[in-house]
Ligand binder design. Sequence first.
Ligand code: NDP
Ligand code: 8X3
Length: 257
Amino acid sequence: MYQMIDPAELTVFITGATSGFGAAAARRYVAAGAKVIATGRRTDRLEALQAELGTDKVHIITLDVRDRLALDAAIATIPARFAAINVVLANAGLALGLQPAAETDITDWETMVATNINGLIYTVRALLPGMIERGGGHIVTLGSVAGDYPYPGGSVYGATKAFVKQFALNLRSDVQGKNIRVTNIEPGLTETEFSLVRFKGDETKAAKPYQGTTAMNADDIAESIFWTTTLPRHFNVNRLQMMATTQAFGAFDIYRE
Ligand code: NDP
Ligand code: 8X3
């Protein structure tokens, strides 16, 4: 019988646990016996998650990942029972807008960079030393197919996810010999609140990407994350890219007069 890691050994720090992948991952880990530190900006959602999953298994922290000092301060207050973090799921992120570059709102670009890049590196930088001191751990980052494949209107979002991918790969080199695993999860179309955020609450626009098809869902991604982190410790998944069966690649776009 193939020997997976016992999830009861895991304490998982999750950014963006109020919705989508992060919330689904919190449920998956706790159902398997792990402890979770669930973070995000929406306290009411965090409290509801904690009430659902139990205070013995879930510690919550209201946190904006763009605020490095607040992040550092919050981590310093984690109770001893949850302090031995050995999985970091750096998941918080967003896309804003789908306009061509010349028409985009510059503050949308700034928010994506501040969240998807700065928030992610602040999270990893704050938690990595502790994991090294404790002798090991696993960092899971949330990239995207958008970090590999371009699409119209995806200029800065895709670029932030290309950053995430390269950061994760470079991180692997830096933690060589320290028993730290690093995995970049790279999903395609997945139905969460992602589109509602991208289209700033416009439900009609947000529903469109998922209409008439079967996208992946948050549980699909949570299962993949859970799998990579419970594999035997000698085995590192560097990158895991997945798409809905109904999503594939298009042809190059040739402009003609
Ligand atoms: P959701 O919108 O459902 O969830 C996003 C999560 O990120 C929320 O919990 C939100 O919490 C959190 N978040 C956003 N900004 C901040 C912030 N400044 N500080 C702290 N938390 C923040 O989207 P998904 O679950 O789909 O997305 C999760 C990750 O997966 C993102 O990085 C996204 O780019 C990536 N991804 C998504 C895909 C998809 O198709 N859905 C495909 C590929 C990658 P709160 O608002 O409470 O702070
Ligand atoms: C989210 C997937 O295709 O909307 O990262 O960019 S996509």
